[in-house]
Design a protein around this ligand. Structure first.
Ligand code: TYC
Length: 106
């Protein structure tokens, strides 16, 4: 029997340590889209209720969306962003407003 039975398996094999591939989870922007029908006060209400904004901040974001066509309400994990989009969409539909809310990777 060889004196070093494990010769190639242990002593001389270059074993590359696995470097754990840790990626940060993606974040998502929740976006509001402008339309011609949803009242400004309703958009402000949505931003206050679902995004915790005060009157001044909500008005600023609403006017940004009104003039530029689209705007960011916040940046969240995928689950939270999906929940916000659903909450806003359900709430708008319940009130018969066509307000569109969507999300995209940040
Ligand atoms: N453009 C709408 C109006 O003039 C107001 C509005 C703002 C609608 C933002 C949607 O995401 C929106 N009544």
């Amino acid at each position: 029997m060889s004196q070093r039975p494990d010769h190639n398996l242990t002593d001389e094999l270059d074993v590359q340590e696995a470097r754990p591939k840790l990626k940060r989870p993606p974040m998502f922007k929740v976006l509001l889209l402008n339309d011609d029908f949803t009242p400004m006060e309703f958009v402000v209400l949505v931003l206050k209720i679902f995004f915790g904004m005060n009157e001044e901040k909500a008005t600023q974001i609403m006017l940004h969306v009104h003039t530029r066509g689209i705007g960011v309400c916040g940046v969240f994990s995928r689950d939270v962003a999906e929940t916000k989009v659903k909450q806003v969409s359900d709430f708008s539909r319940e009130h018969q407003h066509p307000l569109l809310c969507t999300m995209e990777e940040a």
